[in-house]
Design a protein around this ligand. Sequence first.
Ligand SMILES: CCCCCCCCCCCCCCCCCCCCCCC/C=C/C(=O)SCCNC(=O)CCNC(=O)[C@H](O)C(C)(C)COP(=O)(O)OP(=O)(O)OC[C@H]1O[C@@H](n2cnc3c(N)ncnc32)[C@H](O)[C@@H]1OP(=O)(O)O
Ligand code: FAD
Length: 662
Amino acid sequence: MLNKSIMDGDNPDLTEERMKGAFDTDKMAAVIYGSEKFAIRRREITESISRIPQLADSKPFSFMTREEKISESCRKLSVLSEHWNQLIDTNNEEEALHLYREVLGLEGHAFSLHETMFIPSLVAQANDEQQEKWLGRAKRREIIGCYAQTEMGHGTNLRALETTATYYPSTQEFILHTPTETALKWWPGALGKSSNYAVVVADLVIRDTHYGAHPFMVQLRDEKTHNPLPGITVGDIGPKMAFNGADNGFLGFNQYKLPRDHMLMRHSRVEENGTYTKPPHAKIGYSSMVKVRSRMAMDQGLFMVSALVIAVRYSAVRRQGFLDDKSREVKVLDYQTQQHRLFPSIARAYAFIFCGFETIQLYDQLLIDVKNGDTSGMSDLHALTSGLKSVVTHQTGEGIEQARMACGGHGYSMASYISEIYGVAIGGCTYEGENMVMLLQLARYLVKSVELVKTGKSKELGPMMNYLAEPDTQIDLTSGPEAYVKVFQHAARRQVWKATDKFHQLMESGQSRDIAWNNSAVELTRASRLHTRLYIMETFIRRVSSISDVSIKKVLIDLVNVHVNYEVLDIGTYALEHVSSTQLDSIRSQLYSSLDTLRPNAVSLIDSFQISDMQLRSVLGRRDGHVYTNLFEWAKASPLNQTHVLPSVNQYLKPMMDKAKL
Ligand SMILES: CCCCCCCCCCCCCCCCCCCCCCC/C=C/C(=O)SCCNC(=O)CCNC(=O)[C@H](O)C(C)(C)COP(=O)(O)OP(=O)(O)OC[C@H]1O[C@@H](n2cnc3c(N)ncnc32)[C@H](O)[C@@H]1OP(=O)(O)O
Ligand SMILES: Cc1cc2nc3c(=O)[nH]c(=O)nc-3n(C[C@H](O)[C@H](O)[C@H](O)COP(=O)(O)OP(=O)(O)OC[C@H]3O[C@@H](n4cnc5c(N)ncnc54)[C@H](O)[C@@H]3O)c2cc1C
C-alpha cells in the first residue's frame, strides 16, 4: 500500500484512486516539505492537535458571523497558549506556521501580523538593546503587535506617507501625528481590536528635514485595560472580501509622544541632539516586506493546493455522463477537460513550493549578511521576490477559480470552502505591493541588466540574468524539459530587450524618463512575467533532477512534463517567435498525453500534501470522500434550518400572501 492515507470506510472511488498511486505519499511529503524529519513532525503536530478537543471548531466556520469567527480564533489561541511547548519547537518557524494553519485556518486571527511582520520587523530593524527590551516580550506573547504602514491615501508609494514622526531634541521625543484624513493608517491586519503594540512606519522629520519612511515601536493600548492610549484613535475597517477572522484596522495619532529610543535603530539612528545617521542601504527599512514576499511562493502554493485537494478528490467521487461504458457514469476526473483544468495547477503548486523553499533560504541568508554589514544581495532578492509574488498570486487566483468551477454547483457552495480560499489568496495580488507595481520593480532590474549587456559589462550581471546576454539558438524540442527552458529563455530575452529598447527609444525621442517608463510599462510587465516564469520552470526542473527516489522522481517528471508543455502553450504568442506552429501542435499533443499519464497519480499527488480535514474546512474535500452524506449533514446544520418557519415569514411573507388572497 503506497498511499498511507487509505482507510477502511472511505468512499470506494477514492480508495480505488489511492490504490492506483504509484508512489509512497509519505515519501512525497518529505520532498514537498523539504525533509523527512519535518514531514514527520507535521504529522505528529496534527496528531497531537487532534488529542486536544478544545482546539476543534465549535461549529462550522461558514455559519459563523464575523464576531463569532474573531471570538473563536481568540478562544483557540488561549487554548494553544497552554500547549505551545508540548506541540511544537517554538523556535522553529515552519512548525509554528503549520500549527497556526491547522488550528486557525486561513481567515486571519489576532496574531496574524504578530508572527509574520511584527516580530520579523523587530528581528531585522531593532538594535540589540531594543531587542532585549521587546523581542522576548513579543515572542512570549505578553504583547500583541502588528505592522502599520499603509495609509488611506497611500499604500504603494511609500515616499508619500503622510504620518510624521518629528524629533524634538529638547525633550528627546518624537511626536507622531496624523495630519489629514488620508494619513490615517488603514488596512494593517490585527490592528483594529487585537494589537496593543505596532511597528508604525512614519516619515521621520528632524528640524524641518524629511528623511522618509522609518519604523517606530509604538504602544497603542493600555496593557491592563486594553483601552486605546490618549492621542490614539484606533478601530476596525469593516468586513472584507475574505480574511474576516482578522481585524484589519485604522489608526490615527494626535500629537502622540514617543521616547527617542522607540525608533527602530539597527540601521539608521537619531542621536539625542537630533543628528541623523542614514542606513547602509536606502531600502533596508523595507525588509519586513521582503520577508513576507519571500514566503509568498510557498504560502500561495499551499493556498492553491487546498483548493486542488478539494477539487481533485471531489472529481474522483463525482460521477456524471458516460464514456465507453454505458452501464456506469464516469468519474468527472476522467474527462480531458477536467484534467486540463486541474493538473497544470497541481504542477504549478509543486513548482511554487519548490521556489518558496529557495526564496525563504535566500531571505534568511540575506538577514545574516545584512547583520554582518553586507547589503549587496538586497537588490537581487528584491527583484526576484517582487516578480515571484506577482506571478504566483495571479496564477494561484486563476488555479483556485478553475478548481471552484471544476466542482460544478457544489463548488459555489460555502460547503466547498473554495470561495474563502480564493478570497484570502487573491488578497496577495494586492498586499505586500500591488502586483503591477512589483512587476515594474523587477522590470527596473531587468532594464539595468540589459544596459549592462549593451555596455559590455555582462560579467556584472546578477544571478539568473546571464541568459539575457546569450544569443538565440536552434531549439530541439525532443531533447526534454531543458528545451522548454530554452523556449522560455528566448521568449523572455526577446521581451526584456524589446521593452528596454522601447523605453530607450522613447527617451531618445525626447520623453522624460518617467513618461517613457510609463509608456513602456505594459511591455515591461510582460517582460517581468516571462522572466519570473522562466525562473519558476528552471527551479522546478532543478529540484526534480536532484531527487534520488526512483518512483517519486518518475511521477514528478510526469508533472514537469505537464508543466513545461502547458507553460509553453500558455505563452504561445511569444513562443511562436521561436518555435513553429507545427512544433506547437506537437507540444499540444504531448500535453494531452502527459495529462493521461498523470491521471492515475492525481489523487496521490494532492494527498501527499497531507492537509488535514481540520485545516481544509471543506465539506466537499474531506479525506473520506463521503461527499453527499457530508453535504447533507452540513446543510442541516445551517442556522436557517433550526426552525421550520422563520420569523420573517410570519412577519412579512405570510401577511403579504394573506393580503393577496383577499
Ligand atoms: C509559538 C510559536 C512561536 C514561533 C514564532 C514563529 C512564527 C512564524 C513566523 C512567520 C514569519 C513569516 C511568515 C509569512 C507568512 C505570510 C502569510 C500571509 C499573511 C497575510 C497577511 C498580509 C500582510 C500584509 C501586509 C502588508 O501589505 S504591509 C504593506 C506592504 N506595502 C508594500 O508592499 C508597499 C509597496 N511599495 C514599496 O515597496 C515601495 O514603495 C516601492 C518598492 C514600490 C518603491 O519604493 P521607493 O519609491 O522607495 O523606491 P523606488 O521605486 O524609487 O526605487 C529606488 C531603488 O530602490 C530599490 N528598492 C526598492 N525596494 C527595495 C527593497 N525592498 N530592497 C532593495 N531595493 C529596493 C528599487 O529597485 C530601486 O533600485 P534602482 O534605483 O537600482 O532601480
Ligand atoms: C488583505 C490585506 C491585508 C493587508 N495588510 C496590511 C498590513 O498588515 N499592513 C499594512 O501596512 N498594509 C496592509 N495592507 C495594505 C496593502 O499593503 C496595500 O493595499 C497595497 O500595498 C497596495 O497599495 P494601495 O492600496 O495603495 O494600492 P494603489 O497603489 O492605490 O493601487 C491602485 C491601482 O493603482 C496602480 N498603481 C499605483 N501606483 C502605480 C505605479 N507607480 N505604476 C503603475 N500602477 C500603479 C496599481 O497597480 C493598482 O492597479 C493590506 C491589504 C490587504 C488587501
